[in-house]
Design a protein around this ligand. Structure first.
Ligand code: GLU
Length: 308
């Protein structure tokens, strides 16, 4: 059975781009009669909150996008799953793959997904070559360490359901990446793999700005002995200037849109932008099920100038 998930980070109100992805996740799972999990990716407690997560759940209900498992239950909120991430981290450490990084460059955002353009370029961290004694000395001095995982010079690829073949040489294209921040918070890359495996997720649908995270996630799945899910990345909705929709564009978040549109108008408009309707006819998610097919979903990003 197909098991998919919608895994938003409640760091702000849902915006149109999040709704677009949520709709495609929902259609993918429901059209396959699969099971849909809602997981709250609230690792970064400075930016995420319970109130924002509760608002997100309310917004999804308003849109008519339901799920079978998860939501606000603590076992589906990443901020409450630290003990589990610790165990996964310990396995990677025991395999000799993890090292402390004392570089001062802040890795503040590592707990959140690194959307395209936010990745630091691959570089060899000087901390990779510290001896065990040097590591221990710095740790005992109380120096803050983030924790990186050593990636091999190996090409890891996937056949994406929407974008086709994609691969990266992990060492050259991404480099040793952070799996735990210096403040102790586990990073997105570790948590997402640990959770997809623990929750039996075998299908990941999300924005194409996370396509370049897929090779390192597939590699982590393999290292941990988990079967990697299949992936399908969806086009992005871009602001009129071609930039990613940001949570700061308040006019495009559900706080505003719920004042100006009905849910069927929004769903119908997004289905039209996705290529699933020939006109922006108001409809419910369920109305789109019978004719849903990935072959109809467009690949190119969508400029919001195109909005009905
Ligand atoms: N939590 C991530 C986000 O809000 C999505 C992670 C994923 O789908 O892998 O962008």
């Amino acid at each position: 059975m197909l098991v998919g998930r919608f895994a938003p980070s409640p760091s702000g109100r849902m915006h149109l781009g999040n709704v677009f992805t949520a709709l495609l996740v929902w259609l993918d799972v429901r059209s396959s009669k699969g099971r849909l999990i809602l997981r709250i990716e609230d690792l970064d407690q400075q930016r995420c909150s319970w109130e924002k997560a509760a608002q997100l759940v309310d917004d999804l209900q308003w849109l008519g996008l339901d799920w079978d498992e998860g939501g606000l239950k603590p076992e589906y909120c990443q901020s409450r799953r630290t003990g589990y991430y610790q165990a996964v981290f310990a396995r990677l450490d025991a395999a000799g793959l993890v090292y402390p990084c004392f570089c001062s460059r802040a890795q503040r955002l590592a707990a959140l997904a690194p959307h395209l353009g936010e990745n630091s370029a691959a570089e060899v961290c000087p901390c990779r070559n510290l001896s065990f004694a040097e590591q221990q000395e710095r740790l005992s001095q109380g120096l803050a360490a983030a924790w990186r995982i050593k990636v091999p010079a190996e090409r890891v690829g996937l056949r994406d359901g929407n974008f086709g073949e994609y691969s990266e040489n992990l060492a050259a294209d991404c480099g040793d990446f952070i799996i735990r921040r210096s403040d102790g918070v586990f990073a997105y890359q570790l948590a997402v793999v640990a959770d997809d495996a623990a929750m039996g997720v075998n299908r990941v649908v999300r924005g194409r700005d996370l396509l370049n995270s897929a090779p390192r996630q597939i590699w982590l799945h393999r290292v941990l002995g988990y079967p990697p899910p299949s992936y399908c990345h969806v086009p992005l909705l871009l602001a009129a200037d071609g930039k990613r929709l940001a949570k700061r564009d308040a006019s495009l978040d559900l706080g505003s849109l719920r004042q100006t549109c009905t849910a069927p108008q929004l769903i119908g408009g997004l289905a039209w932008l996705a290529g699933l309707q020939t006109e922006p006819r108001p409809c419910s998610p369920r109305d789109l099920l019978a004719s849903f097919s990935w072959a109809r979903v467009r690949q190119a990003d969508i400029l919001l100038n195109d909005l009905p």
